[in-house]
Design a protein around this ligand. Structure first.
Ligand SMILES: [Zn+2]
Length: 468
């Protein structure tokens, strides 16, 4: 979810078969026997077939009118030397609900015996993707035909997620997994830098506020041939270059497409980091999304050209919920008066009011409690933490500085239910700390104390999986 684009932008847009030897140098450190790790990939197209309503921006006035780039669910399955397996699903979508993630994990548990914690889902947060029920529930009230199409899409989406994961698990084959890192600089702290000032600030080295330029990269090479079979990259930046009315994966989709063009036969996946308060800059056109995509792809290829650290050891996983609370229930007056004050966003406030009123009727005070998912994976000497919601950059920076081992942190995982500010951003308020609860259909801002709860549980799960 994103605050409204500036009016200027609003006006303008609002593996299986190895085919060709890959162009990247195969790092010497990753040669040799596979040490028993296996990997497999799968993919399914999830571009809506019909004219569904789009999500991400409250300003959308009509359904999508075409496809500028296909949307995908991709899966990476891994198995350690003992046969412990995990599967990561990455989606070119703005959000995912707990229901969808749990349905898919339950089916994979039934068919493959995977524990719940061994299934991880992450969305790229592209805003040029479909709205569906349960996701950003206060964004708008859809017309009945729109709601019907969106509900049908959710059923198909779950089937495709399961199919992609099953293909990845069924194609597990000896592989060498190795990781490295580089940087990209198109992500800028959007709370601290006015969009129009970024070019000048970048030129003078005066950009303000925290950001995380790191681009972690996992490379999957065939153990026998050395061919690049897959890549996973991550970046902590909103996927909001675009506000068009065609389906598009934005910069993350462009980066995946570019890397798959450069490395034929490889399946390339993207996970978004803690980029809730980071925006790409500049933005507004498909050409800019492609420019950022190439910048990310270049960072990945620079990382691949240097010696990588090989994954050795075992796989383990953990997932637990913690209870977060919202600070207070809105009063009846608040449920009614906001749209009078903010006429341009009247439809959004009406949808928020309807969603919260409905929740109050069915749940009462329970509306103030939310089960928030924290997940940890250990892949040998590398750990991953996957947090729910739109997680601000401070979490990624803090967790990586506090964790003694090698750690990547993903936001937008399992359940994208709201923004997740840290204490600083919560106190400051504004969009990520307060008002974004309206499009998300939540009663109001989180209660203070959520940062230490989330960070504490993440460290606990990382330790439990055997990460340092
Ligand atoms: Zn967002």
């Amino acid at each position: 979810m994103n605050p409204p684009l500036p009016s200027r932008l609003t006006a303008r847009l609002c593996w299986v078969a190895f085919l060709v030897v890959c162009s990247a140098a195969f790092p010497a450190e990753t040669k040799g026997p596979a040490a028993g790790w296996r990997a497999g990939t799968g993919r399914e197209k999830i571009t809506p077939a019909g004219a569904l309503w789009m999500t991400g921006y409250a300003s959308r006035e009509h359904p999508a009118d075409g496809t500028a780039q296909e949307l995908w669910v991709k899966a990476l399955a891994v198995s350690d030397p003992a046969g412990n397996r995990g599967v990561l699903l990455t989606l070119d979508l703005c959000g995912v609900t707990r229901e969808i993630s749990d349905h898919v994990a339950a089916e994979l548990s039934r068919r493959f015996g995977l524990p719940r914690s061994a299934v991880m889902s992450n969305v790229s947060h592209t805003h040029c993707s479909p709205w569906f029920p349960g996701s950003i529930i206060g964004l708008r009230i859809l017309p009945p035909d729109g709601l019907k199409l969106a509900t049908e899409y959710t059923v198909t989406l779950e089937q495709k997620m399961i199919a992609a994961a099953a293909a990845a698990l069924d194609s597990l084959a000896p592989a060498t997994l190795a990781w490295g890192e580089d940087n990209a600089s198109f992500g800028v702290n959007r709370r601290e830098n006015s969009e129009k000032d970024v070019a000048a600030r970048r030129a003078t080295g005066t950009l303000r506020g925290p950001a995380d330029p790191r681009v972690p990269v996992l490379a999957i090479h065939d153990a026998a041939t050395g061919a690049l079979r897959g890549q996973l990259m991550s970046y902590a930046c909103h996927n909001t270059t675009l506000n068009i009315y065609q389906w598009h994966g934005d910069y993350a989709g462009a980066a995946q497409t570019e890397l798959e063009r450069r490395h034929p036969g490889a399946t390339v996946l993207f996970t978004i980091g803690c980029g809730a308060d980071i925006n790409p800059n500049p933005r507004g056109t498909v050409a800019l999304a492609e420019q950022h995509g190439r910048a990310l792809a270049d960072a990945v290829d620079r990382a691949l050209d240097r010696p990588l650290t090989r994954i050795e050891g075992n796989f383990s996983s953990a997932l637990e919920d913690i209870e977060l609370t919202f600070a207070k229930k809105p009063t009846e007056a608040e449920l009614c008066e906001n749209w009078e004050k903010d006429q341009p966003n009247k439809a959004m406030y009406q949808a928020w009011s309807a969603a919260v009123t409905d929740q109050l009727k069915t749940k009462g005070d329970a509306i103030l409690r939310y089960s928030y998912p924290v997940q940890a994976w250990k892949l040998g000497n590398l750990s991953w933490a996957a947090l729910g919601g739109e997680v601000v950059v401070d979490y990624g920076l803090r967790l990586r500085s506090e964790h003694k081992g090698n750690l990547w942190v993903f936001g937008y995982s399992t359940d994208v239910m709201a923004y997740i500010p840290n204490e600083r951003v919560l106190k400051e308020g504004r969009y990520e700390g307060a008002t974004s609860m309206v499009p998300y259909g939540r009663p109001g801002p989180w209660s203070p104390g959520l940062e230490d709860k989330i960070v504490g549980k993440t460290h606990e799960l990382l330790a439990r999986t055997g990460g340092k």
